[in-house]
Design a binder for this molecule. Structure first.
Ligand code: SF4
Length: 320
């Protein structure tokens, strides 16, 4: 029997999962789109992971969840660890780079920076409002230029004279890009300009006021874009480290945190055939009128949150 730990990172765009050994080696991993249905996405994720583990000796003894739907999925899976993305990303990155001092992360629709000193996260910032520097923005601009987003980085590296693109918001960047294309700039130079604009937008917004020091690790879906990696290296004057599993770092970190919890309970994949639903209730026992989100398994109350005191949950569990 091989003791292992499951970590799930459920974001609004993508859902990631890894199963790691006691030594922290990844045994199985999966990455798929959340499609607005975190419970459905986690069920599909579990099906893939179970298939990947077939024939191995792995037995999952602890589960961790992170990401925007961590409470919901944590309740459903009876997780031993439920932590925010900053903690999970820091933990995952430190397991591979114990001396990391800065983490850049650019995902599908948001971005963040984490500053660490001596293995401890000391500062962070997140940008969830502006899409200008994110993966979805890059995908839409690639489409506009008629190239595959996967080829974006290679185009950028071939640029001879990167053009300047105004990257401070999507509207400016889009109109500037159209303008530059009409002026006859080479696609390679426009793509390189866009990569530089994304990096400048990131450093001036998410990274504003942060003490960026090497070693720097870059992760999230956009870290696969070698053009953006080069732009970060040029702008910071440091090497930028990118891991193959950089897009799974939150899931890896929360799997390790589940292990670190010291709590163990055999995990059963049959949980994915159960029926779960969420419902909202208003407590109304005092003027706070807390809105409580409840998750039900096969119509039975499983967990709830949003209550400011215990009375809210007690009246759901023991209605008069
Ligand atoms: S959960 Fe507590 S604070 Fe919230 S409305 Fe009910 S009694 Fe008031």
């Amino acid at each position: 029997m091989l003791k292992s730990y499951l970590g799930i990172d459920i974001g609004s765009i993508s859902t990631k999962g890894v199963v790691v050994t006691e030594e922290g080696d990844i045994l199985a991993s999966s990455y798929l789109w959340t499609e607005g249905n975190p419970i459905g996405a986690v069920k599909r994720l579990l099906a893939q992971l179970e298939e990947d583990l077939t024939g191995t000796e792995a037995r999952i003894v602890a589960v961790g969840t992170t990401g925007s739907a961590r409470e919901l999925i944590g309740a459903i899976l009876d997780a031993q660890a439920i932590k925010n993305e900053i903690t999970a990303h820091a933990m995952g990155t430190l397991s591979l780079h114990p001396d990391v001092r800065t983490i850049f992360e650019i995902g599908g629709q948001d971005s963040k920076i984490i500053i660490l000193r001596d293995g401890i996260p000391v500062d962070y910032a997140m940008n969830t409002l502006c899409a200008a520097g994110t993966g979805s923005f890059l995908s839409s601009q690639a489409k506009r230029l008629g190239i595959q987003v996967e080829q974006f980085g290679d185009y950028a590296l071939r640029a001879e004279r990167p053009t300047k693109i105004a990257g401070r918001c999507t509207v400016f960047a889009e109109s500037d890009l159209v303008h530059k294309a009409q002026m006859g700039y080479a696609v390679e130079d426009i793509v390189a300009g866009l990569c530089n604009a994304i990096v400048s937008n990131y450093l001036n917004n998410v990274g504003k006021g942060k003490k960026i020091e090497a070693p720097i690790v870059f992760q999230g879906g956009v870290s696969k874009n070698v053009g953006v990696v080069k732009a970060f290296a040029d702008a910071t004057g440091h090497d930028i480290l990118v891991d193959d599993c950089g897009h799974l770092m939150g899931a890896l970190g929360i799997a390790l945190l589940a292990k670190a919890s010291g709590l163990e309970d055999d995990f059963d994949f049959s949980i994915r055939s159960m029926s779960f639903k969420t419902t909202g209730l208003e407590c109304g026992r005092c003027p706070n009128n807390c809105e409580i989100v409840c998750v039900l398994r096969d119509e039975e109350f499983l967990a709830g949150w949003g209550n400011r005191c215990e009375v809210g949950l007690e009246q759901i569990m023991r209605p008069e």
